[in-house]
Design a protein around this ligand. Sequence first.
Ligand code: AMP
Ligand code: ZN
Length: 712
Amino acid sequence: MEKDEIRARIEFLRSEIERHDRLYYVEARPVIGDRDYDLLYDELLRLERENPEFRSSASPTQRVSGEPVAGFAQVRHDPPMQSLDKTHSRGELADFDAMVRKEAQGFTYSVEPKVDGVSMSLRYENRQLVRAATRGNGLVGDDVTLNVKTIRSVPLRLPEDAPDELEVRGEVYMTRDGFVKLNAREEEAGREPFANPRNAAAGSLKQLNPKETATRPLDIVIYNAGGVGCDGFATHTEMIEAFRRWGFPVTPWSKVCETIEGVFAAIDELETLRHTFRFEIDGAVVKLNERRLYPALGATAHGPRWARAYKYAPERAETVVEGITVQVGRTGILTPVAELRPVELAGSTIARATLHNADQVARQDIRIGDHVWLVKAGDVIPAIESSITEKRTGGEKVFEMPTACPVCGGAVARLEGEVAQRCMNPACPAQLLRRVEHFASRNALDIRALGETAINALVEQKWISDPLDLFTIPLERLASLRIAGRLFGKNAESVVNALKDARSLPLSRWLFATGIPGIGATVAADIAAEHGRLADLVDSPVLENVIANDALKGKARKILAIKVEAAKAVLGFFASDYGRRYLARLAELGIDPKSEPKKAVATEGPLVGAGCVLTGALSRPRDEYAELIRMAGGVVQSSVSSKTRYLIAGANTGAAKTSRARELGTEVIDEARLLELLGGPAATGPAGEPAVRAAPDAPPGGQGGLEQGMLF
Ligand code: AMP
Ligand code: ZN
């Protein structure tokens, strides 16, 4: 292709992808499938890589880019980003109406939802997004451009009929179901959950690493003019309509009203729809529709005089905490739960509410017997807002967290950096499901044929009471397992084969699979590197030294990657009854995990320094490819991280996986392309072509990312 053909093709691909992003993320009516989308995306990525002169920060491939920032630059707002004056009653709204009528005649109002999120300014120059900034103190906010670019519904470029320079303002929010999922993730990882979607959105925008923000389910609604490019609209509604045409997400609901009675009716209607939006709303915003009247009305220090917020009464209910019980979650986390006198709230009867953790109970001073105000965080999760202390009789009891697990009686401890308390007994029945899932997961023993539902069935039907029991279920029996009425059947064979392969997996994988709290994949690899066999971990002098030398406070400390907490956790595990039984059981099964001999990393070759991840069905065994990649100087990684250069996607690789990889800047290639890169049989070009050598961003040995999201 000639250069201008390439340029045209790149332009075509970008507009196509933008169009499909908009259909998918803004209008929720996609017209192509994931695979076709991926083809467009892959081609664009390749053309941009091969033709760096055509790269652009506004390309859809650049939504997640750049490295973590050290802090946020300051942005001055002109005009200032104001708040809104609030009203809580019809009377106050009628006063507002009277005030406006004194100044003007022949106007209408626009009523729209008051989105509960974080206000945001988006600035475009030459119709490209150049800056996104938070409100801050109204005059000066934070530049959060890199984070906001990860929000897929934010247009990076505007169509031709949009002004060259434009600033619009709106609200970034976290979707309600996204909030529920994020909080579940936070709690499973032992972290403090977010109180509501607004806090979660604010926290997500404050991430210094845009890649983390990219994992958060954020979206935006644009509802106001900014400082430039918004003149020339007669009414607010016309302006919003133009925003919509230019590709911005705007409110899905609004009403134009001629009278204040009409406004009241609209506000009532909106309140009935309150829980139907993807975002939380805490009220309605009433805006004068005719923009020509704005200058005459002006603004107070707080907000424009042509608009008012109307706050809905918070939905809360009073009830009594009849008891506080403690639940043990699948990761062993102990969660105090308030058992409530059943009460009706926002459409459902509520009898329980999570209290999250002991700190939270103490901070809120919630006592057994207390009268409390109950709310719904994110409109869905029942939460105690506060105790009603005036109603205390003195008979209330202060809650104390148990020191032993209520399920198994095991010891309870708090891991470093966590707010949660966990049951430390690896044999705790409450944790079995999660342990088996972990045991079978990819970075552990990689028993992929054993899916979540199968594990569920095995645990529920009590076929196993320990992960190692998997090794003793005969094939025929496994094939007869029923999952939701269906026979496991042929899958059993794949499971048994995978288990057979698992027997010879190296020590690092087995140690990780064991699921000792705090021992993630990287830590397991570091520990495995210092030991020959799993049995060597019992009373390991190396680990004991790590602990002893720590006491010397660095003086004679041997520099090992192993941390004291990790050493203690491993020694503690193998000293425990369960740990000893686990080892004995392995010996019985004839499984003796050994450390991998250290492989020399090739310093030359077509893949030098390139992190590679293999996934999906490939035509040759994965080990074979791994060996070839290593021989070519590449680094085989088990999961995609920012340090991964290539994701080698075999057949049936999911689109989610490939798009996630791309967001991290990883190139997705197929098997044929890999062989080409290796200079192998399918090679169409010379080995070591420029595309391969140009991998400065992939440092050798990169293995990051494994720990993330791992709960053990
Ligand atoms: P508050 O944060 O309670 O002081 O309310 C004022 C804020 O509401 C504004 O600064 C905006 O960030 C936000 N807001 C949410 N929805 C709208 C809307 N539809 N129009 C104007 N402001 C809105
Ligand atoms: Zn337990």
